[in-house]
Design a protein around this ligand. Sequence first.
Ligand SMILES: [Zn+2]
Length: 208
Amino acid sequence: MRVWGHRYNRDLQRYSLALRMIGHEARTHTICEWTGLPPERIRILCRTYARDHGKQHAVRHRGPSPQNLSFFLRSSRLRSEAAAIAGLCYVLDVIPWRKLPNARRELPNVGRGQRMCLAFEMYRKLVPASKITLEHIVLLVTAIAQGNELRVIHCLGCGGAIIMDRFELARRRCTHCSEQQTRGALVRLRVQSSAIGEASPGGQQPLL
Ligand SMILES: [Zn+2]
C-alpha cells in the first residue's frame, strides 16, 4: 500500500509539472526531459490542458528549443534580466552551487522543475513584458550549472549578479554601475574642462 502511495504521489507530481510546463508553452521534448513522461503522454496532457482552459489547442512551439546563449548577452536589458533570473534560480536551488559536468543530463528532475517554474512565474509577475520564456530559462540554468560557456559573477560596484560569457574579461560591473561610472566620468570631464576655460579666458572651449 505504501509503495503504491509513493508511486501515485510521484506520478501525480510528474503530471502536475507537465501541465505547468505546458501552460508555459514548453516544447514536448523539454517536458519529457524534466518529467520523465513519454511524448505520447505529453500530447494527451496537452489536450487535457486545452479542454480544462476552454481552448481548442494548447499553444505548442515546434522545432528545437532555444540553443543560442548569445541571446542573453544581446542587450543590457537581457543581460540584466538573465542575471536577475539566475539569482532567483540560485535562491530557489534550481542552479546548484557546485558545477555539474553533464548538466543537461543531471539537472532535470521533478522537484527542480517545479522550482524552475516557480522562478519563471515569480519573474514574470515582476517583469510581465519580459521576452525570456521558460525554454530560455532551461537554457540559462543548464549553461550556468555546466559552467563552460556562461558564468555568474558579482558586480564590483554594487555586488549584484552579472552574467558573463566565460571568455569575456572586460565586464566587471552591471549595466547600472557601468552607466553610473560613465556619467561620473563625464561630469568630472566637464568640471575639468570648464575649470581650464576659466583659468585661460583666451578661449579654450569645453571638451563636451
Ligand atoms: Zn552593479
